[in-house]
Design a protein around this ligand. Structure first.
Ligand code: HEC
Ligand code: HEC
Length: 176
């Protein structure tokens, strides 16, 4: 009898936790991570993705970014946070690859899950670059120097973005 009660409890705990944790990266976040508002920046130094460093931005140095992507254009407190770095997740990756590359840039292998979650939230909720890529997150989201706008942003706004990130974190940050 005792064993049966125990296994019922184990089963209940298991089913509750699996209910709370069935959100996968591919459910919502994958599509949002792959909008141009994010990937054009992450592809900047990727030649095979026609990154800007090899096309429209040939020869532009890091010192020059702020001349055009000014605070007025991007809305960033510090204009020089508008920069690109190679080796991030990039366009054309599938859900698994996008997710794993994201974790790799956070050095997730060397952190426990609570720390990874905290670092992820900090970056995905506060970083001006990420907010620039989310539709409506700031008045300047998507704005570019020549008066044009990047139209392919993460849709749905910041509130839904936060909910979806939190759901994924609660689900154990699974990379499927
Ligand atoms: C202005 C260029 C730019 C834009 C736009 C941009 N990123 Fe990034 N992203 C970077 C850079 C640079 C890094 C590396 C972090 C660093 O060096 O501070 C980065 C890192 C990341 C990381 C890894 C975490 C980390 O701290 O390194 C994730 C995840 C990420 N970006 C997601 C996004 C998402 C999602 C969007 C769009 C909603 C986005 N980024 C838009 C430039 C950008
Ligand atoms: C001479 C002005 C100028 C300079 C300097 C400049 N940019 Fe740009 N940038 C633009 C213009 C105009 C656009 C929009 C047209 C295009 O994509 O080429 C743009 C677009 C971009 C985009 C694409 C964003 C999107 O989602 O469409 C990225 C990323 C970018 N710039 C990064 C940089 C970085 C990083 C630097 C510094 C290494 C830099 N830019 C320097 C004028 C400039």
């Amino acid at each position: 009898m005792k064993i049966r009660i125990f296994s019922v409890i184990v089963f209940m705990v298991w089913s509750v936790s699996s209910l709370a944790g069935d959100t996968k990266f591919s459910d919502h976040l994958f599509a949002k991570f792959q909008v141009k508002g994010c990937t054009t920046c992450h592809d900047f130094f990727e030649k095979e993705r026609s990154g800007h460093a090899f096309t429209s931005h040939k020869g532009r140095t890091s010192e020059m970014c702020v001349l055009c992507h000014t605070q007025e254009v991007t809305g960033f407190k510090n204009a020089d946070e508008w920069f690109a770095r190679p080796g991030l997740y990039m366009s054309g990756m599938n859900a698994q690859q996008t997710c794993e590359a994201t974790k790799a840039s956070l050095n997730a292998k060397f952190k426990n899950n609570t720390k990874i979650a905290r670092d992820l939230e900090l970056h995905l909720f506060e970083d001006p670059r990420v907010l620039w890529g989310i539709e409506g997150a700031t008045p300047k989201s998507g704005t570019l120097p020549d008066g044009t706008k990047e139209k392919d942003l993460a849709k749905g706004g910041l509130k839904i973005w936060k909910e979806q990130v939190r759901e994924w974190i609660r689900g154990g940050m699974k990379c499927q």
